[in-house]
Design a protein around this ligand. Structure first.
Ligand code: SAM
Length: 225
């Protein structure tokens, strides 16, 4: 059974498309999508040998070798033009790493029309990348599994602008404000309060004062939303 987190990512892959899963590890996501006949074909990209071999094994054992190509490659380099890939998924990594993978492999996105990013933490750099490269956010989700909170950001080509709060909290998520969203930002606010307390007990250096001010501002932003 695929994790709730990856099932949620899968739910944003449209019917009948081709997809590339970057950082695929065991290739569970593309296998699930092929099993359900949701996609035509897939590429599973992995940069590390161990996970690459796991992906190869899963695909072979499930008999999907004709539908899923497993490639040892860094980031979006796994995608070849001839693959005609419509949707890219990048899941289970930090937002900064996902943004960096998108940034450095941008030229491999020519056929791609939808990107589904699932950052474990710090979604903001993905939203910033999107705005800069003329992708717009068409959907977002936030969910909890085994006590951990995950965000999903779905991008399609197009221009959009977002204000500071939207970049930080997510334009869709901050409007929906569901229970998981509230829990996530309560957790973040508590972490900031703890840092603030520690800083107030620490030496009163200029640097610490600056950090305190910055955290107070961030805390006020969270409380505002
Ligand atoms: N996507 C799966 C999921 O969400 O369950 C696996 C997540 S796993 C924590 C992250 C995977 O990304 C690892 O297998 C790692 O080797 C791979 N990875 C990290 N950086 C990568 C890169 N630049 N290109 C391809 N794969 C990468």
């Amino acid at each position: 059974e695929l994790s709730k987190r990856l099932r949620c990512v899968a739910s944003y892959v449209q019917e009948g498309v081709s997809m590339a899963d970057i950082g695929s590890d065991h290739a569970y996501l593309p296998c699930y999508l092929v099993e359900r006949n949701q996609i035509t074909h897939a590429v599973a990209g992995e940069v590390v040998k161990g996970p690459f071999e796991s992906a190869q094994r899963t695909v072979r054992e499930r008999g999907f070798s004709d539908k899923i190509e497993v490639r040892l490659a860094n980031g979006l380099q796994a995608i070849h033009k001839e693959d005609n890939i419509h949707t890219v998924t990048i899941a289970g990594m930090g937002g900064p790493l996902i943004a960096q993978i998108l940034e450095s492999g941008e030229k491999h996105l020519t056929t791609v029309e939808r990107i589904i990013a699932q950052p474990n933490i710090h979604a903001r750099p993905i939203r910033e990348w999107a705005v800069n490269k003329q992708w717009k956010i068409v959907n977002e989700a936030i969910m909890k599994e085994d006590g951990k909170i995950y965000e999903i950001v779905v991008l399609e080509r197009g221009r959009a602008t977002y204000d500071e709060d939207e970049l930080q909290f997510g334009p869709y998520l901050m409007r929906e404000k569901n229970d998981v969203f509230i829990e996530k930002w309560q957790r973040e606010a508590n972490a900031k309060r703890n840092i603030l307390q520690a800083l107030q007990k620490a030496q009163k250096t200029k640097d610490n004062e600056r950090r305190s001010e910055k955290i107070k501002q961030e805390l006020a932003n969270i409380e505002g939303v």
